[in-house]
Write a protein that binds this ligand. Structure first.
Ligand code: NAD
Length: 480
């Protein structure tokens, strides 16, 4: 029998295995995959101390480019093994995880490229009255130490989206991943060290949000926080930051609109993917679907057909489309919200069943507007289809939520598409695809309760710098 591997806390290039033990489970079989050790309070302090020291001698941009490029190559080379590792600890299907590895390669490669491009700007200072003889420009310097706190639902690529830009910008970074999924984060740290990153530039702290995450947040020597997770946690972290800056990538109750002139089959098939992939555990998952009343029946037919072809089960089986949810508690919550909506008058068109930790792809209609399935983030494979007649009303209801991450609209009418881009108050409007569409290089981030700040290596790296003005004035002639 092979021993269960241990995952420790990474401090100044050394792994420490002395904190409280926590089992990391296979999310489908329940098998113990690894024993992770929670970081002790002293280890949180030590990881920040090591990062602080490293940040005093930043790597030059070409060194950062080379290291991040090597990590991109390493992920590509080891894609199958890493995908299986992520599949087991997160429950995401192997198919989804292989896709996520390709995305993580892109995230690291784009971060590597950005390391060489970070720049300030010329300031047209000569145009100011009395400044004609001066020159000015800005330079972007690393903030110093970046703290990164990440969720369970894309455990390698989300960490890559924090670590890649933070290092590209010349910072040291300390990562606190979700206690559900520490294995991928540890693998990424190992790859960074193997690629030649000097030890203090990457730290890893394992354990729960409180006390490990809170202690990291409360350490004033961490200059910047990059967080992805729920809105409640984002607000709690934000409140503790004081004058320190951060990026909060939080939750959403994503809306997508399907207009009467859309390609109905294509829209329904895309919406099925956007609602059910990763068991709906995606921040932009299609949760509220506003469909023009004239095409409702046809759309529901295609959506139900697409849902009924999806295989729910063992995520390691390449035939599986929907794996388990992150925990049985999460699956039970989804079941409770669906049952509650049905009791409130919603009609269950498809799915609704829970089998242990797995939840079937579920389609609801006639959902009351105050049901939790449309008001709160469900983070499960559940979509509510709501008919509309008036396009302006559809835009209004998509906006009628505290959140604002991304929205989608299917239409061939350019004016409607443009109207949506003007009126939807979200970080991104996707035309002829769903709210759940993302390329890793694009700017990505929400407004309102979905958070603030922008991800995507170019944008994140920029946020993790301080811009400093340099103003040049010729020295005066003469000896004194
Ligand atoms: P979560 O908020 O429960 O946890 C996220 C991380 O924060 C974990 O590492 C957790 O340990 C830590 N944490 C919890 N409380 C903390 C505290 N008080 N101080 C410091 N750290 C703390 O989120 P989750 O359940 O892991 O992930 C699901 C959520 O993430 C969903 O709401 C989803 O929408 C969101 N998400 C958002 C995006 C985005 O880009 N906007 C992307 C993925 C996921």
């Amino acid at each position: 029998m092979t021993a269960v591997p241990r995952i420790g806390n990474l401090i100044n290039g050394e792994w420490h295995f002395d904190g409280t033990e926590r089992e990391v489970l296979h999310k489908y079989t329940g098998e113990v995959l690894a024993i992770a050790h929670d970081a002790t309070p002293a280890q949180v302090t030590d990881a920040v101390t090591a990062a602080r020291k490293a940040s005093e001698s930043p790597l030059n941009p070409y060194q950062r480019f080379e290291i991040l490029s090597k990590v991109a190559d390493a992920i590509a080379r080891d894609k199958e093994r890493l995908a299986l590792e992520v599949c087991r600890e997160s429950g995401l299907t192997l198919k989804d995880c292989l896709g996520d590895m390709d995305r993580a390669v892109e995230t690291m490669r784009t971060s590597a490229e950005e390391a060489k491009r970070i720049t300030g700007e010329m300031v047209p200072i000569a145009g100011a009255p009395g400044f004609a003889h001066r020159m000015a420009f800005t330079v972007r310097y690393p903030v110093g130490v970046v703290g990164a706190i990440t969720p369970f639902n894309s455990p390698l690529n989300t960490v890559a989206h924090k670590v890649g830009p933070a290092l590209a910008a010349g910072n040291a970074v300390v990562v606190k991943p979700s206690p559900f999924t520490p294995i991928a984060a540890a693998s990424l740290c190992t790859m960074l060290l193997e690629a030649g990153l000097p030890p203090g530039f990457i730290g890893l702290l394992l354990g729960p949000g409180d006390p490990v995450g809170t202690s990291l947040v409360d350490d004033e020597r961490v200059d910047f926080f990059t967080f992805t997770g729920s809105t409640a946690t984002g607000k709690a972290i934000s409140a503790r930051l004081g004058m320190r800056r951060g990026t909060m990538e939080c939750g959403n109750v994503s809306g997508t609109i399907v207009c009467a002139d859309a390609n109905v089959r294509d829209a329904a098939e895309q919406c099925a993917r956007g609602a059910f992939r990763k068991a709906g555990q995606v921040c932009t998952s299609v949760q509220r679907l506003y469909v023009h009343a004239d095409i409702l029946e046809e759309f529901l037919g295609h959506l139900t057909t697409a849902a009924s072809t999806l295989v729910v089960g063992d995520p390691e089986d390449t035939a599986t489309d929907i794996g388990p949810m992150i925990s049985e508690a999460a699956a039970k919550r989804a079941e409770e919200w669906v049952n509650e909506a049905v009791a409130q008058g919603a009609r269950l068109i498809h799915g609704g069943q829970r089998d242990g930790v797995a939840f079937a792809p579920t389609i609801l209609t006639e959902v009351p507007s105050d049901a939790r399935v449309v008001c709160e983030e469900i983070f499960a494979p559940v979509v509510s289809v709501i008919p509309f007649k008036d396009f302006g009303e559809a835009l209004r209801v998509v906006n009628d939520t505290p959140y604002g991450l991304q929205a989608g609209i299917f239409t061939r009418d350019l004016n409607q598409a443009l109207e949506a881009t003007k009126r939807l108050r979200v970080g991104g409007v996707v035309i002829n695809s769903t709210s759940s569409t993302r390329a890793d290089l694009m700017p990505y981030g929400g407004v309102k309760d979905s958070g603030y700040g922008t991800e995507g290596p170019k944008y994140a790296a920029r946020e993790m710098t301080e811009e400093r003005l340099v103003l040049l004035e010729p020295a005066k002639d003469g000896d004194r």
